[in-house]
Write a protein of this length. Structure first.
Length: 188
């Protein structure tokens, strides 16, 4: 089950990321420029390169914001009576967090349905406000245990795809980004 969850969500995230990059060639070119500047063209991207590839990480974060692989986070149960968003929640209630809706909330995000990786860029060594609002893996002590592995897997794979191949759409028509249905959020 863990292997399936890891591979399915990583593959879905990569498919959404590549669709976004193909629809935004200026972002793809900026990512390629960063890879060439930080890694070069004489060797393949490696695990130790990932922390230096801030724009690539921003692309992944923005992809996860718009198209979280698991749009409904893992259900939680309240252990005691509490208040969530102004609602009384009795102990034993199952709570579902809709990450998809949170990431597209116009009260939280400027241009919430636009693909803008720059919103996640680190400035002056400070984590962006966008990074503090991203809940694609959940937050706190019950966040997804596979978050680090997922970010590494997606980062290395997406970085390799950008570094090793020249990508472009086959025509001027944008890649269809219609969402599918299921526990994960594949493209149709």
């Amino acid at each position: 089950m863990m292997l399936l969850a890891r591979t399915d969500t990583a593959a879905i995230t990569l498919e959404w990321a590549m669709s976004n990059l193909l629809n935004h060639p200026e972002v793809l070119n900026k990512a390629r420029d960063e890879l060439y500047a930080q890694v070069g063209q004489q060797r393949l991207i490696d695990e130790h390169d990932l922390p230096k590839l801030e724009y690539l990480q921003s692309i992944i974060s923005e992809t996860l914001r718009l198209y979280p692989a698991a749009p409904l986070l893992i259900p939680h149960m309240s252990s005691s009576d509490c208040i969530v968003g102004g609602y009384d929640v009795p102990a034993g209630t199952i709570l579902l967090v809709n990450a998809w809706a949170i990431h597209r909330d116009p009260h939280l995000w400027d241009e919430p349905i636009s693909f803008k990786p720059e919103r996640f860029e680190i400035e002056n060594g400070e984590i962006s406000e966008a990074n503090k609002k991203l809940v694609a893996f959940g937050i706190g002590r019950r966040a997804c245990l596979g978050m680090g592995l997922a970010q590494q897997t997606v980062g290395l794979t997406l970085g390799s795809l950008v570094q090793c191949f020249e990508w472009e759409r086959v025509d001027e028509k944008e890649i269809d980004k219609t969402e599918g249905i299921g526990l994960t959020m594949p493209k149709v």
